[in-house]
Design a protein around this ligand. Structure first.
Ligand code: ZN
Length: 163
């Protein structure tokens, strides 16, 4: 069994030693938290680690917690937990609240990415370009018609004016 106090100690150390907890760090690969997690997961199941995380309470270091939550739910990691399972274990603990925020941010990011992909889809780009061209052609036509009316009015007035 992994005690919350052990995780809290890891977090305190991470904070003192300023561990990098950037999930995608290309500089150091967040090696301290990564190797700590590997050691922990040799001795404890992901469920145990998640339960301990839930029990850490307000001493939670959010950066380290976030790194751990990503690792626990990462599909590449053997034995990774589904987000539903992880939410269930974490419940309304500080880690659970933070995990819900992470999921919300992720789904917002996914929606933005889908929208971006749609905007950059070649067929969609062609369609939007054609639509724009159509709108421009219509505006152009309207301008020409308006000019025709203005000109007609002008010539009509000019004809009525005495020379
Ligand atoms: Zn780093």
């Amino acid at each position: 069994m992994l005690e919350a106090i052990q995780l809290a100690a890891i977090m305190a150390r991470a904070s003192d030693e300023r561990w990098c907890a950037d999930w995608a760090c290309g500089t150091c690969g967040a090696h301290q938290i990564r190797s700590t997690f590997e050691e922990l997961s040799e001795r404890h199941s992901y469920e145990e680690i998640a339960s301990a995380l839930a029990a850490v309470g307000p001493a939670l270091d959010l950066d380290i917690a976030e790194w751990l939550l990503r690792a626990l739910s990462h599909p590449w990691n053997k034995g990774s937990l589904s987000s539903r399972k992880l939410e269930e274990i974490l419940s309304n603990s500080p880690a659970g609240v933070h995990y819900k925020r992470m999921l919300a941010a992720k789904s917002a990011a996914d929606a933005r990415r889908r929208e971006h992909e749609l905007r950059n889809d070649p067929n969609e780009v062609i369609r939007l370009r054609a639509e724009k061209k159509q709108v421009k052609a219509e505006q152009h036509q309207k301008r020409l018609e308006a000019k025709k009316l203005r000109d007609a009015a002008y010539y009509a007035r000019a004809k009525d004016q005495p020379q």
